[in-house]
Design a protein around this ligand. Sequence first.
Ligand code: FMN
Ligand code: MN
Length: 618
Amino acid sequence: MKKTTTSHSVKSAASKKTNPPKTSSTAIPAQAGVAASGKALPSYTRDQHARGYPDLHDHLAALDKAGLLIKVDRKINKDTEMHPLVRWQFRGGIAEPDRKAFLFNNITDSKGRKFDIPVAVGVLAANREIYSIGMGCKIGDIGKTWSHAIAHPIKPMEVKDAPCQEIVYTGKDLLKPGQGLDGIPVPISSPGWDNAPYTTLSQYISKDPETGIQNMGVYRGQIKSPTRLGMNPSLENQPGIYTHWEKYKAKGQKLPAAVVLGCPASVAFTSVQKLSEDTDEFDVAGGLVGAPIQVVRCKTVDLLVPADAEVVIEGFISTEWLEPEAPFGESHGHVNLQEFNAYMEVTAITRKKKAILTSIISQVTPSESSLIKRVALEPVFLNHLKRNMGIKGVKRVSMHEPLTNLRKVIAVIVERNTPPTEVWRALYGASSLLRSGGKFVIAINDDIDPDNADALLWAMSYRANFALDLQIIHHRDPGHGPRSERNHGEDSAMLIDATLKDDFPPIALPKQEFMENAKKIWEELKLPPLRPEAPWFGYSLGDWSERNALMAERAVKSDYFITGEEIAKQRRKDLPMNTEIKHHIEETFLNALKGNKSKSSAKTLKSSKAKAKTKTKP
Ligand SMILES: Cc1cc2nc3c(=O)[nH]c(=O)nc-3n(C[C@H](O)[C@H](O)[C@H](O)COP(=O)(O)O)c2cc1C
Ligand SMILES: [Mn+2]
């Protein structure tokens, strides 16, 4: 194994001094590549300082050390068993923090073929803990780390030789059994529906022929022959590669491309992030790890790929011919039926000797695919609303994940006193950032858990008046999902202000102190473990008088007869049933408390009504 430390040529190192987020390179076990269990993971030796960030093997070792990696040594059929097995952790009632990454070491297919490349599934984003280990930051800092990296990109560094080119197959060698795409154990994602194995973490790299700026985006790849890979850019997501494809088409040339299958986690994360078209994902990946990403020039195309990639497929994408591609189970939860799409003719496959293939579990959400996109996209939305649009009251943006798949339902969490015009600017802003994002955009306050659809319905039910708080937006792209001919193919969006506009009485649950005390008793009684769901205690929403507070305090001290006596003195015969008490009694009561002479009830009623009318809205 050649070292790149002495032979690399620095193309363009970072010129700006940055204050990078801490990377997990310091957290690499002393013996990277050796699992905590003592069992060797597929690995190679290389000076960690030269790279400055962990590669996929180091990442797997870190996951193993954290107890997050399940190594499967039993034989697994990649075409029928692998993805269904991992699927269970997303459809089997397992909570997100309990999900794990899987490494399959003994892979076969339905013809009994063997593969020398292990397959890793869920190792990038089966849950936030796994993702945060890949980012080298705490779970709570994922958003901040993204914002920092986008604001402080670091240019990559070109090296002359690289682990990803330890093995190189080109030309006729690709047609020998096991040396073309047939040698890569690409699993079938949705057996029974998909028409082939598809690469999922396939990071397509292409270059803008005008600016020379590279793009890296994850688009699936249908294994069509040992040297042909299908590609499907979903145009509604405005994929970077499509712009390049169009430009090469206009020149009458094929589009040179390199497809990276597995690489350092931080680099992989940028390939599913929506960055501006003129941003090279490598620069932001550098920002994520706080060091230049080491890249190497491909063997048969003029493109740079991560030196620490596991496998790289090089080739040319026809800009003249399209081929049928799919059916393939999609992230919108339905099978994507066959369409005419691009394909690549492979000119080289390069790989590490001990390469590991990364496969992402996608389709019906929640999935690894939705989580990896969600944690990257939410900070982009928040930045857009707060920084680009300057809306101060926005606290968080949350994309709803299960079944709806992120883009359809977006909650914008705003401070309680945000002016309605700013709430609406946030709603319009969130609904227009992505061409295909924001079908339901709902503004809520931070006591509503946006991950709980029950809570979202709760907020919409009691805090929104649709005559005032709802707008339908026409002429929207239907986005990712099955398409309908209705309305000339155009979809629409619904913006809802479900924030509190009035002071409401408290949430009808015992106050926090009583629930906490009861939890101790619950646990003392060894009842089944609790998983508290917000709201699990009552809190004030602004409409709670001193009189009400006093009565409740008395009640919990078992002094409620005092209240009973007081109430007897407040008897009335001039009012109909269901007349609200607050405007009749509160002021009288407060004055009495202060020792003032009580005013006539008629006067109190009048002044309270006037107060209610002039009450200012937040
Ligand atoms: C597992 C997985 C598979 C994906 N497959 C595709 C795909 O086949 N086509 C596509 O256009 N986007 C796909 N995406 C979404 C893109 O990766 C995403 O839109 C990304 O921003 C693309 O990079 P770009 O913005 O540079 O084009 C996929 C994402 C994931 C996580
Ligand atoms: Mn891009």
